[in-house]
Write a protein that binds this ligand. Structure first.
Ligand SMILES: Cc1cc2nc3c(=O)[nH]c(=O)nc-3n(C[C@H](O)[C@H](O)[C@H](O)COP(=O)(O)OP(=O)(O)OC[C@H]3O[C@@H](n4cnc5c(N)ncnc54)[C@H](O)[C@@H]3O)c2cc1C
Length: 371
């Protein structure tokens, strides 16, 4: 098939690789002038690792990231130990999760896609599109081409989704901060600390570096000027004491920092409009409290390539509907659970036993969904 992928984020690069590996002719258009992602790092749970393995890039990710055995430590407001929660890998022999720099992961997926023959065009957007029952005629800059399938991976604020399916993204009520730091030698696992109304996590991404994520509710969705980000992150998370408090206090103008007002996309199935299908954040952007958005985007990519394999033009719409029907239960579960976790930050007491039970139950469901 001749396939156009819109967006070179995690979902777009991953699906380009998966489809090119199946012998499809794949063109990717990306609005930004170059491959780029904001945010310091990303945590990849073992379902993301399953998808990366299917794409043939797991060993690269393990080499370039920071694999961990899954013993997350919980700390209180003063950085004192509360307990451990254990993540069991979905596949024996895998680490439980891996922290990695976002740009390193994106480049790995992009390089995989190009090595299998996908073509990328940066600084490029769709100008027109005409969809009939079996093809999509797309105008990209001055070129007009007919495609058998368009995969829209243009992220949470997808314009096409709003235009074709009438689904807009909505502010979740949460703000999320990322900052990048040198990794002290004692940080070798994921660490989470709680104070009233706020939660903060520390995640190693390489031998040298780790990132901090920190979140709290922002009901007014304030516009925070970039020049104030460092000061605002320090003051919002100043409730922490001990070494976490020192880490927050150490944030200065030289620290890489990023703020996101977190939006969600709640869309029922189908996720396609004729020969055009939405994947990744464009289909189901979630709050980040389960660190599952990227994992779900990667799983979409592999699942879509599997579902349309060997399908001809007339059956494609049916296959695209089957793809969304397969993916919806888990992406919907992630959205609901993640939002509930975000809300639970109002209570700084972490019940370790209950957290472990919920975690085991969630990953058992994820494992079944991959079968
Ligand atoms: C703060 C934060 C922390 C997170 N942490 C984690 C984590 O630890 N683990 C995890 O698994 N997930 C995490 N996530 C979620 C994860 O980052 C996203 O789910 C994932 O990046 C979605 O990938 P995507 O390709 O669908 O969208 P995006 O990464 O947004 O990519 C969309 C791409 O499309 C391009 N584009 C947009 N419009 C057009 C257009 N018209 N034409 C062409 N190109 C276009 C954009 O420029 C962009 O490159 C986090 C999310 C946030 C916000």
């Amino acid at each position: 098939m001749k396939i156009l992928v819109q967006g070179a984020g995690l979902a777009g690069c991953a699906v380009a690789s998966a489809l090119a590996q199946r012998g499809h002719s794949v063109t990717v258009i990306e609005r930004q002038k170059e491959l780029f992602t904001s945010g310091a790092g990303i945590l990849l749970y073992s379902n993301a690792l399953v998808a990366l393995d299917r794409l043939g890039v797991l060993s690269h990710v393990l080499e370039r990231g920071f694999p961990m055995q899954g013993r997350t430590e919980f700390l209180d407001q003063n950085s004192s130990h509360v307990g451990y929660v254990n993540y069991t890998p979905i596949v024996e022999g895998y680490p439980a999760y891996v922290g990695i720099a976002r740009n390193v992961l994106l480049k790995t997926l992009h390089d995989s896609a190009t090595s299998h023959g996908a073509s990328f065009f940066f600084g490029t957007d769709l100008s027109h599109m005409f969809l009939d029952s079996e093809t999509a005629l797309c105008a990209v800059e001055e070129m007009t081409e007919t495609y058998d399938l368009v995969v829209s991976a243009e992220g949470v604020n997808s314009r096409l989704r709003q235009t074709l399916l009438g689904v807009a993204s909505k502010f979740s009520g949460f703000g999320l901060w990322h900052s990048l730091h040198d990794r002290p030698s004692h940080v070798v696992e994921k660490i989470t600390a709680s104070a009233p109304g706020v939660r903060l996590g520390v995640i190693p991404i390489s031998d040298q570096k780790m990132y901090v994520w920190a979140s709290r509710e922002e009901p007014e969705n304030p516009w925070i000027q970039r020049s104030l980000w460092h000061e605002q992150m320090r003051s919002r998370f100043s409730a922490f004491g001990g070494w976490i408090g020192d880490l927050v206090a150490s944030i200065d103008e030289k620290t890489y920092i990023h703020y996101t007002a977190v939006n969600e996309v709640h869309m029922s199935t189908p996720w396609n409009y004729g020969q055009l299908v939405f994947i990744g954040d464009a289909a189901h952007a979630t709050t980040p409290f389960m660190a599952q958005g990227g994992a779900q985007a990667l799983t979409d990519a592999v699942c879509l390539a599997d579902t349309i394999h060997g399908v001809d033009g007339k059956e494609l719409s049916v296959a695209l509907e089957a793809f969304a029907t397969k993916r919806f239960p888990i992406t919907n579960l992630v959205q609901n659970k993640s939002f509930a976790i975000g809300k639970s930050y109002n209570n700084p007491e972490v019940n370790i036993e209950r957290t472990q039970i919920e975690l085991d139950s969630f990953y058992s469901t994820v494992q079944q969904s991959l079968a």
